[in-house]
Design a protein around this ligand. Sequence first.
Ligand SMILES: Nc1nc2c(ncn2[C@@H]2O[C@H](COP(=O)(O)OP(=O)(O)OP(=O)(O)O)[C@@H](O)[C@H]2O)c(=O)[nH]1
Ligand SMILES: [Mg+2]
Length: 361
Amino acid sequence: MEAGIVGLPYVGKTALFNALAAGHAPAESQSGGVKPHVSIVPVPDPRLATINRFVETQKIVPASLRLVDVPGLAPGAGTAGKFLSHVRNVDALVHVVRCFEDPSVPHVKDTVDPARDCDHLETELILADLEQVEGMADKARRDARMGDKDAKLRLELVEAAVAALSDEKPLRTIMDQPPFNNPDARRLLRSIAMLTAKPVLFVANVAEDDPRGESKLVQKLRNKVGPDAIVIPVCAKLEAELAELPDEEREPMLKELGLSEPAIAVLARAAYQLLGLQSFYTAGPKEIKAWTIPQGATAPQAAGAIHSDFERGFIRVEVYSVADLEQHKTEQAIKTAGKMRVEGKNYIVHDSDICHFLFNV
Ligand SMILES: Nc1nc2c(ncn2[C@@H]2O[C@H](COP(=O)(O)OP(=O)(O)OP(=O)(O)O)[C@@H](O)[C@H]2O)c(=O)[nH]1
Ligand SMILES: [Mg+2]
């Protein structure tokens, strides 16, 4: 899973990136810089430790999230296209909005206004997409005239996208409407990597004295993006400091701030929810590992997340849940209790299933 961190300049994107990527190739805060920061961050998952209480293993492998931090998009600076090329292929955008006042930190405007800032960034994304699709329109028209079937659909999508974007509509708001609302269109749209078609998660970068995001500024952002959008308050500066602390000091400090877990845990969970993802596990003496799959995936599709051969050669899966393991403590006891299920290719894998796949290749 990949997420791109976007936002206006000086809103705290790099501070957030450093907090999330703590200990995994931290990046310099480099306002005005041009190179993206990239880090692969393990997704915190308490169920891995739960499984390990009952299954001895050599190594534990959490799911991972690839994070990309790009320089801020100054409205009208014309740099958007260049910076955004680094996030064209991510699965979701994390849009950081400044919700802290701090005169010592410059801002693109005199005042901090999350609603206005949000609009500014959305406009930059829309313009970047518009530039991209307008560049495609001529070629799509030529190809369509040559009778290429794929090109016809491409032209239809490109024209609909140009119309929506010119109307200042982000594509994600019209994905459930024709001509976008079918699998072929989705696939094509993914291949042309439209930024405004990507799911967005908002991070309200809050002040040190408002770690839970109770200020008017956060409320303003929530009102702006509407009740269906996910808004996560994070104090990037504090979280970056927290992330630097040794494990034993982090817990007490979190408590003191009234937070139950670090931002990366909250953010990763929200990203799974946003993208309709879930985890299943494989557990054995060599490794205990978390795998990420779409909700609703079948057993062969889940097997395919491990290896494409497993999907092709899928025979059946033996499956139990983390809760079964907590209750019965060993696989043998789970079997004896009749809780070890044997499922076929139509089985829909559940969040927190522990799977042994049987396959032939
Ligand atoms: N007071 C306060 N300052 C913050 C917070 N988050 C970031 N800052 C400060 O704001 C400044 C800019 O932060 P960055 O993380 O570099 O901002 P950015 O969005 O990456 O900026 P660009 O890369 O230039 O677009 C730094 O001096 C940070 O220490 C916060 O939550 N509170
Ligand atoms: Mg930065």
